[in-house]
Ligand binder design. Structure first.
Ligand SMILES: Cc1cc2nc3c(=O)[nH]c(=O)nc-3n(C[C@H](O)[C@H](O)[C@H](O)COP(=O)(O)OP(=O)(O)OC[C@H]3O[C@@H](n4cnc5c(N)ncnc54)[C@H](O)[C@@H]3O)c2cc1C
Length: 460
């Protein structure tokens, strides 16, 4: 007879692991299947290894900047193999920690691909066994989408492979304009590669505030990253001495590696969703209601596979809310508004809430406060870089509805601005807050002059 569980979780990533642990804590019998490595994208080949590589890449500036502060640094040498080996060791440690946490929570882990055979039956592909589940949670995440097949597509790597390259490429072309593309551009640039970023749109980071997009692009270009927009990669040919990349304007670029960071697709293929009657939405993600419930009432889905906001803390929050709602007797909805987020580009970005353009589209009156300035550290290091800070305020209520920062530690700053935004802070609250001096963040509470006011004209 097939084993029976209260909850079967497919995918031991950010959302699945949290849901499994919390549901088990509420007394449910829980099994979780993972086809690759426990921890999922974020831990194994996403946020964590990415941030470790970002740290590595930033030493480049530190060594250079030290001279202005009186230090003589012997010519620094970087060893890619050491970085990757140390990064892998840390990822192994985290995988063990995630596994131990699941064990401690009495969640049974099965190392297998799992697919739905019918609405209540999950098949473990590794053994062919089946499990009967009262509830199923699909938390299978997403997968890099490399776009249409082009000539030479076999030479393209995604972020998955970028974490395991045998050596640091001397020259790399990255196609894409989203956060993963700009982050890897910064990583490879900082580690010493010659980087070309190719993006089909007008400007990088679609969806971000226009000034943030322009500011980052300028800063990336100052660092020597070649940013080519309104172009795509048409073909890649392996030639003597590397890869010859042909762009849509017929320019040829010689590089050693080509990486595509052209978006991610929900992981729904071959999951047996049709057999179970689980509907997809028009974006190909699992359609869910605000309780993360699919078209089949006892089957739920959280995280990237639902394509709401593809970020780890969101997947975790959705997984937790699902477990509390279904097994803890505490119906919980996740608020997807005002999610603070960082882009670990060089320089870093931190944003929350509305862009200036979105605010103008939604609100009758919008006040903009803005500053750009040279970081204090750059005065002695001589580095040519500027910080951008921008606050978007609802002119009718004085509430802060958006904050946008480009500069060192922007990710750390935006986390705390997030608390203020959740507490419905007004610009007057920011003004009343004493500055921390000398810091970059003090500019956030000392911007007195409105940079612009947008008032919607009444319809004629
Ligand atoms: C390069 C990169 C950098 C990122 N950086 C950040 C960042 O800085 N901050 C941030 O918040 N987010 C970041 N993200 C996004 C973040 O990783 C995801 O939003 C998050 O991991 C989503 O969690 P999840 O639970 O939905 O899925 P995942 O973490 O992707 O977990 C899904 C798991 O399901 C497994 N699986 C899939 N199908 C099956 C099956 N049929 N049977 C068994 N197992 C299966 C997969 O192997 C995987 O382990 C990054 C992503 C990438 C790719």
């Amino acid at each position: 007879m097939a084993e029976e569980v209260d909850l079967f979780v497919i995918g031991a990533g950010s959302g699945g692991v949290r849901a499994a642990r919390i549901a088990s804590g509420h007394g449910a019998k829980v099994m979780i299947a993972e086809e690759y490595r426990v921890g999922g994208t974020c831990v194994i080949r996403g946020c964590v290894p990415k941030k470790l590589l970002v740290y590595a890449s930033r030493f480049h500036d530190e060594f250079e900047d030290a001279a202005g502060f009186g230090w003589t640094v012997p010519e620094p040498k970087f060893d890619w193999a050491t970085l990757i080996a140390n990064k892998d060791k840390e990822i192994d440690r985290l995988e063990r920690a995630y596994t131990a946490n699941l064990d401690r929570a009495k969640v049974k882990i099965v190392k297998s691909r799992a697919v739905l055979a019918d609405p209540h039956t999950v098949k473990l592909v590794a053994t062919g066994e089946t499990v009967r589940a009262k509830h199923v949670l699909v938390a299978t995440g997403g997968w890099p989408s490399l776009g249409k097949d082009i000539e030479g597509h076999e030479h393209v790597i995604s972020s998955n492979e970028a974490f395991h390259l045998k050596e640091l490429p001397k020259r790399i072309l990255i196609q894409g304009g989203g956060y993963i593309a700009v982050e890897f551009a910064g990583i490879f640039n900082g580690l010493g590669s010659e980087v070309t970023l190719v993006y089909r749109g007008d400007n990088i980071l679609r969806g971000f505030d226009d000034e943030v997009r322009n500011h980052l692009r300028t800063e990336m270009e100052k660092r020597g990253i070649k940013v080519l927009t309104k172009k795509i990669v048409e073909a890649i040919e392996k030639v003597n001495g590397g890869l010859c990349v042909e762009l849509s304007d017929h320019e040829d670029i010689m590089v050693d590696k080509v990486m595509f960071a052209t978006g991610r697709r929900p992981n729904v293929k071959g999951l047996g969703l049709e057999a179970a009657g689980v509907a997809l939405n028009d974006k190909g993600a699992i359609a869910v209601n605000e309780m993360s419930q699919t078209s089949v009432p006892h089957i739920y889905a959280v995280g990237d596979v639902t394509d709401r906001i593809a970020l780890t803390p969101v997947a975790i929050r959705e997984g937790h809310a699902f477990a509390d709602s279904v097994f803890g007797g505490k119906p919980t909805r996740v608020d997807h508004n005002n999610v603070p987020t960082a882009v670990f580009s060089e320089p870093e970005i931190g944003v929350i809430g509305l862009t200036e353009a979105h605010a103008i589209a939604q609100l009758a009156k919008v006040d903009i406060y803005k500053t750009t300035f040279r970081p204090m550290k750059a005065t002695l290091s001589g580095r040519d870089t500027r910080i951008l800070m921008k606050l978007v305020v609802d002119g009718a209520t004085d509430r802060l509805v958006g904050a946008h920062i480009v500069g060192p530690d922007a990710g750390e700053m935006i986390q705390l601005i997030g608390v203020a935004v959740m507490m419905k802070a007004t610009k007057a609250d920011f003004d009343a807050t004493m500055a921390v001096h000398p810091s970059a963040a003090e500019e956030l509470v000392t911007m007195r002059e409105k940079f612009a006011t947008h008032v919607r004209q009444a319809a004629e």
